[in-house]
Design a protein. Structure first.
Length: 71
């Protein structure tokens, strides 16, 4: 199953409530939310830095589709 931006957002959105977060905090939040191994693998491709907003991730994961298409 393809990893999508929507799936990532649903698993880590809450971690961005208190300001910038690190790659490790993002991965931990996804793991704690029960994210699939493929989602965790995608997040591990992020650079070691802080991210102020969820949307900042997409420039580092440009190959991920927004969602899956059923049509």
């Amino acid at each position: 199953m393809v990893v999508t931006r929507l799936e990532i957002a649903e698993s880590i959105d809450s971690v961005f409530g208190d300001g910038p977060v690190t790659r490790d905090q993002i991965i931990t939040a996804a793991r704690n939310a029960g994210a699939r191994p493929d989602v965790l693998a995608a997040l591990e491709r992020l650079p070691e830095r802080s991210f102020p907003h969820l949307r900042e991730l997409w420039q580092h994961l440009p190959d991920l589709p927004v969602s899956t298409s059923n049509g």
